[in-house]
Structure formats: C-alpha cells, structure tokens
Write a protein that binds this ligand. Structure first.
Ligand code: DHB
Ligand code: FE
Length: 289
C-alpha cells in the first residue's frame, strides 16, 4: 500500500483513465455511428490486420500472445492510455485538415473537466512545496482577424515535476496543476505554474510491456495541455512543449508539432517566462456570442 502511495502503478492510472473516459463528456457526446461507416472503417482495420499477418507470416503462438495481451490491456484498464498514445495522433491529424488557427494536438487520457475556475492573472493550484522551475505562461487569445477574444477560457492541465498527473496518481492532491483560467477583457492571460517533467508511460502494465518487447521507449516530452475556447469559436485542444527538452524528436505519442514548442526565457530570479498567443477559428455553426 505504501508503495502505491508513493509511485502510481499502471493499473492505478489505467483504471482511473478508463473510469474517467467512460463517464466523460467526450465519450457521452459521441454520436451514433451509422452502419455503413462501421462497415467501411472496421473492414479497413481488419484488412490491415490480415495484411500484417500474411506479410509477416504470423504464427499460432504469436496470435495467442497477441490475444493474451489484448485481454490484459482491457483488464488493466489501459485502453485509453494505449489508444491515446498510438492512435489518437492520426485522428487529430484528420480533424486538423479542417481547422484553422492555432495547431491542435492530442487530448490524451488525463483531461478532467470541471476544474477550479480562476481569473487571469492566475496561479495554478499547487502544493505548498511544489517542486519544479517556476514558469509564467502568458499570452492573448485572438480570432483569425487579430481581434482579441474577451473572456476566452484556457483549460490547462499538466504533469508535475515528477511527471505525474493529479487525479491519476494517488499521492497527488485533487486538482493539482489543473484549472480553467478566464482571460481578461482583451483576451489576455497570465498563468503561474511550474515546468512539468517528461511523462513516462507506466512500464509495469501491458502497454509498457509491449513497448519493452518491441524495443521502443516509453517517453513523452514535457508538455502543458490546453483546451482554449470561447463562445462562437471552435475550441482548440493542444499541447505546448519546451525547446531543448528531451524526447521532442521521438515522442512515443507522435504528438509534437514544431509550432507548439515554447522557448521560455530565464528571468534571472529562477523563474522562466514565455509568451504564446492563441488564434481561434470562428465557429460558423455557432450562434453569435
Ligand atoms: C498519454 C499520456 C499523456 O500525458 C499524454 O499527453 C498523452 C497520452 C498516455 O499515457 O496515453
Ligand atoms: Fe500529457
């Protein structure tokens, strides 16, 4: 038990991520998929699997190993982790084909809605002795024509300086390093936080075992997660990374884009500061705000 308190397990994070996904609005909001679409997409997925089996002359022992692994991913609650690392980036790539403005990237499994609402300038909820380099993250939210968007909302969440997310690691206080920050009348925001550490996929679960068996590495570069939104505009889900950080060129989740790399400046007092502006696309389907 003490061990669980100190370092989160794959099973712990997996179960929390599965529970959070199944009860979350992203899944609840998914519309019914028509049968023609299920037929076309599932058939294509199966065709891909069949092709891999033929090309690689997959044997019975390998097939049974795969079956056991799939069962374990489900039992360990790791489907959200696995799919968001190895599949979501392509879904995002397809969505990005129709979205203008700030680049998006994957949501990942650790978003929790309903966090504390703070007005800018804001300090993210954190422990009194929160580790990590203090970071001031400031900017402005504008529309495509450069007009500021007053009261835009920045839903922000991140790992701590040890690479763990609150809500998914039992030793962290609820809501730690998560908030919904409301920008000022000129769409400006300033958020005080600490720099996150790179994130490692839990190595003790089936996803970790697969990564090890394949000789890959389990790391994501350090990142901030954001959903920036405003009435009448299309929300953008994205992440921001840090120039010079480890794993930028080999993110296990393939979610880094060059436009999303921050370049914080040392302020000479141990603090780093960076500015990043967001551009939201007008949502033509939405009523005017
Ligand atoms: C995963 C974790 C993350 O922090 C993230 O941003 C994306 C994916 C994962 O473990 O699946
Ligand atoms: Fe993340």
């Amino acid at each position: 038990m003490t061990d669980t308190q100190q370092s989160p397990t794959a099973a712990g994070s997996g179960a929390s991520a599965t529970e959070s996904f199944l009860t979350g609005e992203m899944y609840q909001a998914a519309r019914q998929v028509p049968p023609e679409r299920v037929d076309a997409v599932v058939r294509a997925v199966l065709d891909g699997v069949h092709t891999a089996i033929r090309e690689h002359k997959v044997t019975y022992p390998e097939f049974q190993a795969a079956k056991a692994w799939l069962i374990q991913v489900g039992e360990g609650g790791e489907w959200p982790l696995f799919l968001d690392v190895f599949v979501e980036h392509v879904v995002e790539e397809v969505q990005a084909e129709t979205q203008q403005g700030t680049k998006g990237t994957i949501l990942g499994p650790y978003y929790l809605p309903g966090q504390k609402r703070l007005t800018s300038p804001a300090t993210l909820p954190m422990r009194g002795d929160e580790k990590g380099t203090p970071l001031v993250f400031a900017g402005q939210v504008r529309d495509h024509d450069g007009n500021p968007i007053p009261g835009a909302e920045i839903d922000i969440w991140q790992a701590d300086a040890d690479g763990y997310y609150s809500g998914f690691a039992p030793h962290l206080p609820e809501g730690n390093l998560r908030a919904l920050v409301v920008a000022d009348d000129e769409g400006r925001f300033e958020i005080r936080t600490v720099q996150p550490a790179p994130y490692q996929i839990p190595t003790d679960g089936p996803t970790g075992k697969l990564i090890e068996a394949a000789g890959w590495h389990p790391w994501r570069p350090a990142h901030l997660h954001l959903i920036v939104s405003a009435p009448g505009h299309r929300a953008i889900t994205t992440q921001l990374y840090f120039r010079g950080g480890e794993w930028l060129d080999s993110d296990v989740a393939s979610a880094v884009k060059p436009e999303l790399i921050l370049d914080p400046e040392d302020q000479g007092d141990g603090t780093r500061r960076v500015r990043y502006d967001f551009e939201l696309e007008r949502d033509e389907g939405a009523r005017a705000a």
